[in-house]
Design a protein around this ligand. Structure first.
Ligand SMILES: Nc1ncnc2c1ncn2[C@@H]1O[C@H](COP(=O)(O)OP(=O)(O)OP(=O)(O)O)[C@@H](O)[C@H]1O
Length: 458
């Protein structure tokens, strides 16, 4: 009998028992994630069909837990419902504390069989439409865009729970603010909020930073020291850049997450800790798992609940409020920036996200418009500028380049041709050209400067 596929860094294997009815190939809708017990970290994609769970190695989903019966539970997964049936287990099946025989299970529910907890996690939970929060801020995070208001709804829910959370997002998108907000809006807000920046600690000191050490454990360990987990007791520990954790320390973090116990470096005993763990990364952790740089079991344990911060370029409508917020935090009035500067700031792609926006606003307020960022740099030019080539030449030249460079090259050529024609048509009058093209005048000036087409004032 085939064992149902696991997801430990490998492609999902959707093997089926012969005894089960033939199944239509179908989109995976829900994933069964083992949260605790001997199989913790395993994850099984569930397409419609019936799955036998139990300690029997012939089960579709084998749970090698001594408190689980050989044949324990049947999961009947249909297009729109999931039914769980206890098939006469010795110790019973439970959902959120209630014993059941037959149960319609909602996605997100946690089932307990023996010492094993199983969670049904909807696939793409984050990408499905979320109700929009009426909030425009959550903790210190602000945003009016749909993406941010969906995120606020999710964060409101996550803050109320106790489960660990993984926050993903590019650098500068607000992951740390997000972790802080989960803490301050949750039941642990009176407890400590301890931050560990895993990218900023020397690898040989990471274990001690997280779990502490005893005097003499290594050179320089002059006294006993509690690690971040112990210091966060009763509160939240925020593990920033968790993707940087060296492979050899990962099993210890996994153990701490599963058992809520830590051992100081050089000590013999484990100490119980009561912490909520919020981790963050800007890395593609699934990719890191595939590349063997991050353990699959740790990833699954961390990623049961995820929140993703969208990059700023995907929500430019947040920029005005962010600018006002940054000014307010600097103690400046909204009028400290002109409408033109604001318009220009909404055009910039912000590769460094909100952190970069904050820094630029700070510079422009202090140094004036000359501190505005340049538009993305032109790529290194070929022997002839792209605009001097005929379009076919440009395209064939571009086809030989890496995609990003080719795209930039073509856009460059287009921009230059467009601006030249536009200026000719408008007799060199920048104001008129900006009206005709429907682009902001300050932005147009920037573009003209970039292409060497600017010629004095309007
Ligand atoms: N939505 C937001 N509202 C207000 N301020 C924000 C928002 N997002 C980010 N910031 C500000 O941008 C800066 C960077 O935020 P933060 O440090 O939380 O980002 P991060 O994603 O953790 O960055 P990194 O990955 O580099 O650690 C901070 O000054 C923060 O206050």
């Amino acid at each position: 009998m085939a064992r149902f596929g696991d997801d430990n860094g490998e492609e999902d294997r959707l093997l089926r028992t012969d005894a089960l009815p033939a199944l239509r190939p179908s989109r995976v809708r829900v994933r069964l994630v083992v949260l605790s017990g001997p199989e913790a970290g395993q994850s099984y994609p569930l397409t419609p069909g019936r799955y036998r769970l139990g300690a029997d190695p012939a089960s579709d989903i084998v749970i090698a837990d001594r408190a689980v019966s050989r044949s324990h539970l049947l999961l009947d997964v249909r297009e729109d419902t999931i039914q769980a049936v206890d098939v006469g287990s010795r110790n019973g099946s439970f959902c959120e504390g209630m014993r059941f025989t037959t149960l319609d299970v909602r996605p997100g529910a946690v089932l307990t069989l023996g010492t094993t907890e199983l969670k049904l996690v909807p696939e793409g939970e984050q990408s499905r439409a979320m109700p929009l929060s009426t909030r425009e801020r959550f903790g210190n995070l602000v945003g009016t865009s749909r993406r941010m208001r969906e995120l606020f709804t999710l964060l409101e829910r996550l803050a109320q729970g106790e489960s660990d959370v993984l926050i993903q997002g590019e650098t500068g998108t607000g992951k740390e603010l997000c972790a802080e907000a989960l803490h301050t809006h949750g039941t642990r807000s009176k407890g400590p909020f301890v931050i560990v920046d895993l990218a900023g600690v020397a690898p040989q000191l990471l274990e001690s930073e997280l779990f502490g050490h005893v005097k003499g454990a290594f050179t320089g360990a002059q006294a006993d020291r509690a690690g971040a987990f112990e210091r966060a007791h009763g509160g939240t520990v925020f593990l920033d850049e968790v993707g940087e954790l060296p492979l050899e320390v990962q099993p210890r973090l996994l153990r701490a997450l599963e058992r809520r116990q830590v051992k100081r470096v050089g000590a013999n005993d484990y100490r119980a800790v009561d912490v909520r763990v919020v981790a963050a990364t800007h890395q593609d952790l699934e990719g890191a798992v595939k590349a063997g740089r991050f353990r699959g079991d740790l990833f699954h344990r961390l990623a049961v609940l995820r929140a993703t911060l969208p990059p700023l370029r995907e929500r430019p409508e947040d920029i005005p409020l962010l600018i006002d917020t940054v000014l307010e935090r600097m103690g400046k009035k909204p009028s400290a920036l002109s409408d033109q500067t604001r318009a220009l700031l909404t055009q910039y792609p912000w590769p460094g996200n909100v952190r970069e926006l904050r820094n630029v606003v700070d510079r422009v307020v202090n140094l004036g418009e000359s501190a505005l960022p340049d538009l993305p740099e032109a790529p290194v030019r070929a022997a002839r500028p792209a605009a001097d080539l005929d379009p076919e030449d440009t395209l064939s030249l571009a086809l030989e380049l890496p995609f990003k460079e080719a795209k930039e090259r073509l856009i460059e050529g287009f921009e230059r041709d467009y601006l030249k024609t536009l200026l000719e048509r408008c007799g060199g009058n920048v104001s008129k050209a900006s009206r005709e093209a429907g682009i902001d005048r300050v932005y147009l000036r920037k573009l003209l400067r970039k292409h060497g087409l600017a010629s004095g004032p309007d």
